[in-house]
Structure formats: structure tokens, C-alpha cells
Design a protein around this ligand. Structure first.
Ligand SMILES: [Fe+2]
Length: 375
């Protein structure tokens, strides 16, 4: 076999603390980074007992910002940055799904560099190095945001949802306590679980893939296939929850260097215009791109399929399609309100730069055909 001499780098500056009950270490970890914390979470989580007790661990009167909503916007980043400045905070703790973590990542830079956040979004100015330390505590198992430099933000005025990627956005510490994921409803578990799977698959097949991320990706795929169906059947299954938290972590580490590809590029219009949760938007095309990319993958495709316990990529696509349907995620575009006439606009909006990472070239005609079949 010919040596693959393409140079590669792997960098993971985030400290990772993982385990059931790890949240008890929050005061010690945060205390190392600053003396005046702000706690960030989303409106839907702030009342949950396990989340509600976290700010008190940081000290009385810790300010709580609970105005993050799904698909966070540049406006939410500005509101959080304002609170950070007002309170003179020097460290941020964010507990939540990708939304809270992504909003906090951007606010940690915007608070020091000045807003509005829109200035730095979708082709805007580059951020400099100034940012506050961030402790990221995921309450879902999917985004991998706790270990990536990505912050996916929307700008409703421009109708754009896009990732901003900057070295500042690596959280200082990822504090991963799988017990925080137990209260996730089944639909969120399904959607975020497919996000984890999509990260592993896309990090693996990205044109920028490399050996460390490949290894992490294959293990993440294996973990999803071992645990996702169990956790969907019983959300209190601690072993399966921990397995999915680990899958999400490894999936995040698997794509943060190579970056995602066609599945993620196509997910953005489904989320921005049809309000599909991010993981469900990835699931929409995942099995279809597994079939589409198979001819470009050769032996590497067989290794990917085997990590999932499948013989080849065709069987892997069949399994992913079955799991998606059984998880209750949408499997057709008409279910989410897409009509045949909408397809040209969605095809156009799908050509985000991540599309260039896909192992097989995606043409507008090929994507149109895929979306027509998905109707
Ligand atoms: Fe994702």
C-alpha cells in the first residue's frame, strides 16, 4: 500500500475532564481560571434541578444568563457580552447543548473586543486573540462543541446561519458529566445523537482527514452504534448515556481539524429556513451521502462500515436510514415543508464552503437529484 505522505497537524488545547459526577469539580476548575464567573445556559434548561444547582456552586450572586435559545443568534452573543462587561466577569461557565456553548464561545471574545457580533460573522472581520476563559459543560451528547473551535450562529436579519471558527473558541476546559444528559427528551437525544454520528463520519471522509482524527472517528461511530438505540429506548440507561457522551466528545475531536463536509453544508438551509434542529438536519442527508460517497472511499469506506458492524457502505447507509426512521426523525423533505419548487433555492444555499471537503465532488445537478428523491 502506498504511503499517504500528506502532511497533517492535530491540536487540541482544551483540557478534558470526563465522568459521571464530574460536575462537582466545577468550583475548583473555574476558580483556577478567574474569580468572577458568569453562568450561561438556555431558557429551557435553567429550571432543571441538576442545572439550577450549578450557579450556586460558583458562589452566591453568580450572574445567570439564560436567554440562549436553539439556533443562537449574533444578538444573543451581544446580550451575553454586555452582561459579561457590566459584571466585570473574568471567566464564563456555559452549560447546555451546542446553542449555549456556541453563544458563550463568541461572547468570550466579543466581550473583550467590542461588538456587535455581526461584525465577525459570515465573511466579516477577523477576531484577534483576546478572549475570556470558558468552561464548557455539555448537557446533550452530539455537538462536540465542548472541544471544537466552532460557533454556529444565525443572523436573522441576513437570513444566514453559519459557523464562525477561531482558535479563541476552543473552551479552556470541557467538563463532561454524562449525568447532565439524562434529562434530555427522546427527540433531542435522537437529533443530537445523529449530529455526533455525522461528525464522526464527516471528519473521517473529509478531504482533510488525518490519522488521529480517523482513529477517533471510527471509535465514535462504534460507540454510536453500541449505545444510541439503547439510550433512545431508556433515557435513564447510565451506561448508554455515558457511551453517547464519549461518542460526542470523540466525534467532536474527529472533525475539529478536518472539518465537516457535504452533510453539514446541506444542513444549514434546513435549519435556517425550515427550523429543523441541527442533528435532524444532518440526519436528513447522512444515509444519502454515505451511498453517494461510497465510490470515492474504497477500503477506507469498508473500515468505516465495519466500525458500525456493517459489511460495506451500502449496508451502513441502510442501517443509518433504519435508525433514523426508528428514532422518529424526518426522512423526507415534504415532512418539513419543502415543495418541489423550493429545491433550486435549497440547492443554492447548500453550497457552503464545507461542501469542498466532500470526498466526491457534489454538483448542483447531483444535489438536485438527491433532494428530488428525498421529497
Ligand atoms: Fe454538527
Amino acid at each position: 500500500m502506498a504511503a499517504d505522505s500528506t502532511p497533517w497537524t492535530y491540536r487540541q488545547p482544551t483540557e478534558i475532564v470526563f465522568g459521571a459526577g464530574a460536575r462537582e469539580r466545577l468550583p475548583e476548575i473555574t476558580g483556577r481560571l478567574g474569580s468572577s464567573p458568569v453562568f450561561v445556559t438556555d431558557g429551557g434548561l435553567v429550571e432543571l434541578p441538576l442545572i439550577a444547582e450549578l450557579p450556586a456552586l460558583l458562589g452566591e450572586d453568580t450572574p445567570v444568563f439564560a436567554d440562549v435559545a436553539p439556533n443562537p443568534t449574533v444578538g444573543m452573543v451581544d446580550a451575553l457580552a454586555e452582561l459579561i462587561r457590566e459584571r466585570g466577569a473574568d471567566v464564563v461557565v456555559a452549560a447546555g447543548g451546542g446553542s449555549s456553548l456556541d453563544c458563550a464561545k463568541a461572547a468570550c471574545s466579543v466581550a473583550l473586543q467590542g461588538g456587535p457580533a455581526r461584525r465577525y460573522h459570515s465573511g466579516g472581520e477577523a477576531l484577534d486573540e483576546r478572549h475570556l476563559p470558558l468552561v464548557a459543560m455539555p448537557t446533550t451528547a452530539g455537538t462536540g462543541s465542548e472541544v471544537t473551535p466552532n460557533s454556529v450562529l444565525g443572523d436573522p436579519e441576513k437570513g444566514v446561519k453559519a459557523p464562525v471558527v477561531h482558535d479563541n473558541f476552543f473552551p479552556t476546559t470541557a467538563l463532561i458529566d454524562p449525568e447532565l444528559t439524562h434529562s434530555m427528551p427522546r427527540g433531542v437525544t435522537a437529533s443530537t445523537g445523529f449530529d455526533a454520528l455525522s461528525h464522526a463520519v464527516e471528519g473521517y471522509w473529509s478531504r482533510n482527514h488525518q490519522p488521529i482524527c480517523d482513529t477517533l472517528a471510527l471509535r465514535a461511530v462504534e460507540l454510536v452504534f453500541d449505545h444510541l438505540e439503547d439510550v433512545l429506548e431508556d433515557g435513564a440507561d447510565a451506561t448508554a448515556r455515558e457511551g453517547m457522551s464519549l461518542a460526542a466528545l470523540l466525534g467532536g475531536m474527529a472533525f475539529q481539524a478536518p472539518q465537516n463536509a457535504a452533510v453539514h453544508a446541506c444542513s444549514f438551509p434546513f435549519s435556517a429556513s425550515y427550523h429543523l434542529p441541527h442533528g435532524a438536519a444532518c440526519a436528513m442527508t447522512l444515509d444519502h451521502f454515505i451511498r453517494f460517497n461510497a465510490p470515492a472511499m474504497g477500503e477506507r469506506g469498508v473500515a468505516l462500515a465495519r466500525a458500525a458492524g456493517c459489511e460495506d457502505m451500502e449496508r451502513l447507509a441502510d442501517e443509518v436510514a433504519r435508525m433514523k426512521a426508528e428514532a422518529g426523525l424526518p426522512t423526507t423533505l415534504s415532512e418539513i415543508g419543502v415543495a418541489d419548487d423550493d429545491i433550486p433555492a435549497i440547492v443554492e444555499a447548500s453550497f457552503h464552503p464545507l461542501m469542498d471537503n466532500n470526498p466526491r465532488e457534489v454538483t448542483p445537478d447531483a444535489l438536485t437529484e438527491m433532494y428530488r428523491r428525498l421529497l
